[in-house]
Design a protein around this ligand. Structure first.
Ligand SMILES: [Zn+2]
Length: 373
């Protein structure tokens, strides 16, 4: 879809930084090898943005960020930022003039049995033979690692059965062989389900955010869009997938005058489907911020709780834990007030009960309050 890009591979700061590194001084090494509080303090001093990006307990990343700074002389947050820009300039160029992504989606709980059925159908349609052929090749070459072609779903899973003589068995195995084969089939089904979840994750967490980034740069562009089509209910396929898809494609290829000036690049028929296409904004420097709760305390470290990022902070403020802590603290303050109040009253009562001194005081008080008396 994109020019010269395998998106999602995401080169990180390390690679860029590695290009122009220098040897660290003894002082720098001393800081890096020293206590983590010192490392964090130093990182805050040289690059507060990146220091705020990490949780204070994330000592490994904090140390690594400071190391990058020592090695390159560049602020790690600038390196991250430059990479973001690079991505925009180099990688996010579309291969075609117009790109419309269709995502045929299905509810996972409905998809799983459908995938199982597909595996069963593959077995009925001669998967055994394919596996046996590959196994013959495999036994002739005996690779050290199961890489490359052996990684396909539907080979590795059958090795226990093949190694136990399944490759010479009939298509209708019985006894131990049948039991072993069933286990292998189950494994293949599991792996197929897992793979489908990975695909969904890739669409939602990698591809769609990339598209969103491109759209954000040029909100009026009409050369890119994504649509999710609901294939959960197969009896509705003609409507929800086939006809709807054609509709979307027509609108995309020939927008008409009544279309809004700023097109909706993410097409979905329900809010639930839309949430697949539009995820919260990707990580930006604005979100690199630490928030320290002045109410909640980490039960283990007894330190105030620290939350990274505005979104997470908002979640924390709404959390039951935080609200309980706030309520508990208010109650504690209220109790203290009550105790204080009671003590005051007690003192006053004691004063009143002191016979002479109390009397005199009261007279003085009355005189002061009413000088004409
Ligand atoms: Zn809190």
């Amino acid at each position: 879809m994109f020019k010269n890009a395998t998106i999602g591979s995401g080169s990180d700061a390390r690679e860029t930084a590695a290009a122009q590194t220098k040897t660290l001084t003894d002082e720098e090494l001393g800081i890096l090898d020293g206590p983590s509080a010192g490392v964090l303090a130093k990182l805050r001093e040289v690059d507060v943005d990146v220091a705020n990006k990490f949780h204070p307990n994330d000592t490994r990343r904090i140390r690594r960020a400071l190391e990058i700074y020592f090695q390159t002389g560049q602020r790690p947050s600038d390196i991250y930022e430059a990479q973001r820009t690079d991505n925009h300039d180099e990688k996010l160029k579309l291969r075609f003039d117009k790109t419309l992504v269709f995502w045929v989606w299905c509810e996972q709980s409905v998809l799983n049995p459908r995938l199982d059925t597909r595996v069963d159908a593959m077995l009925r349609n001669g998967l055994h033979n394919e596996i046996r052929e590959l196994f013959q090749y495999y036994t002739a070459h005996r690779p050290e690692k199961l890489g490359g072609v052996y990684q396909v779903i539907g080979f590795k899973e059958f090795l226990p059965w093949l190694e136990a003589g399944g490759d010479t068995a009939t298509d209708e195995p019985a006894g131990e062989s049948a039991k072993l084969l069933q286990e292998c089939v189950d494994k293949m089904k599991q792996r197929t389900r897992k793979y489908s979840k990975q695909q969904t994750k890739f669409m939602k967490n990698t591809l769609m955010p990339k598209l969103a980034e491109m759209v954000e740069q040029a909100p009026t562009r009409t050369d890119i869009a994504a649509a999710v089509l609901d294939a959960t209910d197969l009896t509705q396929w003609d409507t929800t997938v086939a006809a709807r898809g054609i509709d979307v494609a027509r609108g995309f290829l020939a927008p008409n005058d009544s279309d809004p000036a700023v097109p909706d690049h993410f097409i979905a028929d329900t809010p639930a489907l839309r949430s697949l296409l539009v995820t919260p904004k990707s990580f930006t420097r604005e979100q690199w911020q630490n928030f320290t709760c002045d109410t909640c305390v980490d039960p283990e470290t007894k330190e105030p709780i620290v939350v990274v990022g505005g979104d997470h902070w908002a979640v924390h403020l709404k959390s039951r834990k935080h609200r309980n802590a706030v309520a508990g603290r208010a109650k504690l303050a209220h109790n203290r007030e009550q105790i204080e109040l009671r003590r005051k009253r007690q003192l006053e009562e004691e004063e009143q009960q002191q016979p002479r001194g109390g009397e005199e005081k009261r007279h003085e008080g009355e005189q002061a309050a009413d000088p004409t008396a």
